[in-house]
Design a protein around this ligand. Structure first.
Ligand SMILES: Cc1ncc(COP(=O)(O)O)c(C=O)c1O
Length: 377
């Protein structure tokens, strides 16, 4: 199976020492084990400062982006999306009673941050940018993660590191991190194995590595409440050095990923699959290639693409069949979905992501667009 975010060899001799200062010049930065860790620290901090608050968030996202709100004592308030950008509908921001706003740059596609920051400043509420998929993406020439009070990045998804999350914050959060335990060896081994197998897997039926990769993926149960842990892990010094080196390769990774994504987008029949729209002043990093299917059911198409060796999904890999259900079916989040969100309801049954990576090979790029067109015709 061609994995969603195929890893590959990163050649970077530079140590990349101060690149975090380059990308996030006015902020504090902390390297942790995942984006979820970073979100947990943010919501812990907000609980300590403000108690339980109502946090506006789009339900069209991997639920790992929402669990930290609930697990740290807050209340998610679901907000509707723009059916073209798949991000927040900025015309509806005033419709909700919220005390903080989590902005998810879905697939690496920037939200309209000028309107969002103006809104948040008027209300006097903090903004948390979920940049799990958005390292290197920009709005108005400014890297995402520099707009909010806090931001969380996944370096597994963006730099193909076996482990890594980045917490970016205007305020000093070091007191929340000092006591975090080091990530355990078993988890490190699991992640290194996973990334190795993802690098070897592909769509050729005779590739033996696919068997191991498939075995690893079926280890995951079907995943309601897949990871509710509030634990925050520090990385070993060697992993931190590895991540810093990877930062030095970021621009070349972004360039190659965009080139590959644009080829797939151009080859897929736009009459049957509408690609996620990037706002005028934004630059997506194409961490995911997301389409809205015009007249087909996403769950069925995802199943067929998977049978052709393409790890498609709708919003996350955390479910065995690649389809995360409606938020009202999630055992932790269901009770918070109280008002029907029209655009979310209409889009969810039709949204899919196909693999995007700087490391896709020529025949993989062709296989993805060819299979998409054949299944959608
Ligand atoms: C938008 C978004 N936020 C947060 C997360 C959690 O990231 P991590 O797996 O690094 O904890 C994910 C994972 O899929 C995600 O897609």
């Amino acid at each position: 199976m061609i994995p969603l975010n195929k890893p590959g060899r990163i050649n970077s001799s530079s140590r990349g020492g101060n690149l975090l200062e380059y990308y996030f010049p006015q902020n504090n930065t902390y390297l942790l084990s995942t984006a979820s860790d970073a979100l947990n620290v943010i919501y812990k901090r907000l609980f300590k400062e403000k108690g339980s608050i109502r946090v506006g968030v789009s339900p069209l996202v991997c639920f790992q982006a929402i669990y930290p709100i609930v697990c740290n004592g807050h209340v998610p308030v679901f907000m509707d999306i723009n059916p073209d950008t798949f991000n927040l509908d900025v015309n509806k921001l005033n419709d909700y009673d919220i005390q903080a706003l989590e902005v998810i740059h879905l697939g690496g596609n920037p939200n309209e941050m000028d309107t969002i920051i103006k809104f948040a400043n008027t209300r006097g509420i903090p903004v948390i940018e979920d940049c799990a998929q958005a390292l290197g993406a920009k709005y108005d020439e400014r890297y995402l993660g520099n707009y909010g009070d806090f931001a969380a990045f996944s370096l597994i998804k963006n730099l193909h590191a076996p482990s890594g999350g980045l917490l970016v914050s205007v305020s000093d959060l070091s007191s929340y991190l000092n006591e975090a335990p080091e990530m355990g060896s078993l988890l490190r081994i699991y992640r290194k194995t996973k990334i190795y197998l993802e690098g070897m897997a592909n769509h050729h039926p005779l590739n033996i590595w696919n068997l191991f990769y498939w075995g690893l993926m079926t280890l995951k149960g079907d995943a309601a409440g897949y990871s509710l842990s509030k634990d925050v892990y520090q990385l070993k010094a060697g992993d931190v050095e590895d991540i810093k080196r990877r930062f030095a390769a970021l621009e070349s990774l972004l360039h190659r990923r965009s080139e590959n994504a644009i080829r797939i987008i151009q080859d897929v029949d736009y009459r049957r699959a509408k690609v996620q729209v990037v706002p005028e002043r934004g630059v997506s990093n194409w961490n995911r290639i997301m389409f809205k299917l015009v007249d087909k059911d996403a769950e069925e198409v995802i199943g067929r693409l998977r049978r052709e060796g393409i790890a498609a999904n709708n919003l996350t890999q955390n479910y065995k069949h690649g389809f995360q259900p409606h938020v009202s079916k999630d055992r932790l989040l269901a009770r918070f979905y109280q008002v029907r969100l029209e655009a979310y309801e209409n889009l969810l049954p039709h949204i899919i992501s196909v693999p995007s990576s700087p490391f896709l090979k020529e025949d993989e790029i062709r296989h993805i667009s060819r299979q998409m067109n054949s299944i959608l015709s």
